[in-house]
Design a protein around this ligand. Structure first.
Ligand code: COI
Length: 357
C-alpha cells in the first residue's frame, strides 16, 4: 500500500505479526516496549527518498557507519495521547520538527522537510494508534532521529543519512521527586558548543558525571555553566525551573541550554495565568539562599519524557538542602495537570498546540 497523495509517497508495509496484545499496558516502563512499525527515509544524492513504513526491526549497518564513530546523530522526543473519543493527539509536533532542523544545521546535517517529518509521523500514528495508551500518566513516546550513514572513516559531514521515527508506549519517567546534586566539576555544555542541539554526544557525555552522582545517592545532576559553575543550566536531560518568591524563574535558553518544548509551554501557561515569569541567568547561590530563607516554593525539571518532575533535595557544596513537599494546590501540580488535560483533550486548547494525528 502507498500513501500516494503525497508528493513524496510513503510505501507502507504492514506487519503480519502485531505485538500490541502482548504488552502489559498496566505496567509500562519507560522505553521498554517498541510499537509495531517504524518510518524510515533515506537521504542520498542531495535528496530525501525511499520513504517507507515497515515493521519495527533491526537496521543493517556497515561497521564503518560514520555516526557510530564521530557521533553525527540527532534526535527528538515527543508524545501522543488519546482523547475520550479515542482520537490520537500530538502535542506541538511542529515545534519538534523545527528544533530537529536547528539541531541538524548545527551538526552539519541536511534538514528534514516538513512534509517528510509530519507525514511520516501521522502515517505512523494512524498505523500504530492502538499503541497509544489511555491510562493516566501514560502516553506514546515518539522518537524521531537522524544519523550519518556513510560507510567512510574520514572525518567530514556524511553524504547520506537515515531519518527514522519509532514509538514506545510509556508510563512515568521518574516515579518520585528527585534528589539532585549541583555539578561543579564536570560540564554539560560550553558556550559556542552544541548544548542547544539535541545531539547524541550531549547525552553520552552526561553519563559518567550522572553515574558518580547516583553512586553518591542522588538521582540526577543540576548542570552549571562551564566557565565558573555559578549559573544553573539544566538538570539531567531536563530544563530547570524554580518557583521563587511566587515567580516562575528559569534559565534563559542560550547556546548551552536546550529550547525545551515543555519548558516553553510552562512559561506560556504561567504567563497566561498571570504569574510573573523571569527567563534569565539564575545563580545557584540565589537558589540556595532563597531555599534557606523559605522563599523557594519549588524547584523542578521539565521535559517531554518527564513532563514535570519536582526536586526534593538540592545538594550543593556537600550540603543537602530539602525542598518543601509538593502540595495539591501548588503551581507544580497545577501546571502538570493542566498540561496533561490539554494533551488529552480534556480542556479546550486555546493555545493551538494540540494536533489531531
Ligand atoms: C525527552 O524529554 O524527550 C528527552 O530527550 C529525554 C530523553 C533523553 C529520555
Amino acid at each position: 500500500m502507498t500513501a500516494d497523495t503525497l508528493s513524496l509517497p510513503i510505501d507502507i508495509q504492514q506487519t503480519t505479526s502485531p505485538r500490541v496484545q502482548d504488552v502489559d499496558f498496566t505496567n509500562l516502563v519507560f522505553g521498554r516496549n517498541i510499537s509495531d512499525h517504524m518510518f524510515v527515509a533515506e537521504y542520498r544524492d542531495g535528496q530525501w527518498q525511499q520513504l517507507r513504513i515497515v515493521p519495527y526491526g533491526d537496521l543493517s549497518l556497515s561497521p564503518a557507519t560514520a555516526a557510530l564513530h564521530y557521533g553525527q546523530a540527532i534526535f527528538e522526543g515527543m508524545k501522543a495521547y488519546k482523547n475520550e473519543d479515542n482520537e490520537v493527539l500530538l502535542f506541538r509536533p511542529h515545534d519538534n520538527w523545527k528544533r530537529f532542523n536547528r539541531s541538524a544545521e548545527r551538526m552539519c546535517m541536511p534538514t528534514v522537510p516538513e512534509e517528510v517529518f509530519m507525514n511520516g509521523l501521522t502515517e505512523l500514528m494512524r498505523l500504530d494508534a492502538e499503541w497509544v495508551p489511555c491510562a493516566p500518566g501514560c502516553s506514546l513516546y515518539i522518537r524521531p532521529y537522524m544519523f550519518a550513514a556513510d560507510a567512510y572513516l574520514g572525518v567530514r559531514p556524511s553524504e547520506s543519512y537515515l531519518f527514522v521515527i519509532f514509538t514506545s508506549p510509556v508510563g512515568t519517567y521518574y516515579a518520585n521527586p528527585l534528589k539532585v546534586k549541583v555539578e561543579t566539576d564536570y560540564i554539560r555544555a560550553a558556550a559556542g558548543g552544541v548544548g542547544a542541539a539535541k545531539c547524541a554526544g550531549n547525552y553520552a557525555a552526561s553519563l559518567y558525571p550522572a553515574r558518580l552522582a547516583q553512586q553518591a545517592g542522588y538521582d540526577q545532576l543540576i548542570w552549571t555553566d562551564a566557565r565558573d559553575h555559578v549559573f544553573v543550566e539544566e538538570s539531567g536531560t531536563m530544563n530547570v525551573m524554580f518557583m521563587l518568591d511566587g515567580k516562575l524563574v528559569t534559565p534563559a535558553v542560550s547556546d548551552t541550554i536546550l529550547d525545551g518544548i515543555t519548558r516553553k509551554s510552562i512559561v506560556e501557561i504561567a504567563r497566561h495565568w498571570g504569574i510573573s515569569v523571569e527567563e534569565r541567568k539564575v545563580s545557584i547561590r540565589e537558589v540556595i539562599e532563597a531555599l534557606k530563607e523559605g522563599r523557594l516554593q519549588a524547584a523542578f525539571g521539565a521535559g517531554t519524557a518527564v513532563v514535570v518532575s519536582p526536586f526534593s533535595v538540592i545538594a550543593y557544596e556537600g550540603v543537602d538542602y530539602h525542598l518543601p513537599a509538593v502540595e495539591e494546590d501548588s503551581f507544580v501540580t497545577k501546571v502538570k495537570n493542566y498540561l496533561t488535560d490539554l494533551r488529552t483533550g480534556k480542556i479546550a486548547d486555546t493555545f493551538g498546540w494540540v494536533l489531531k494525528a
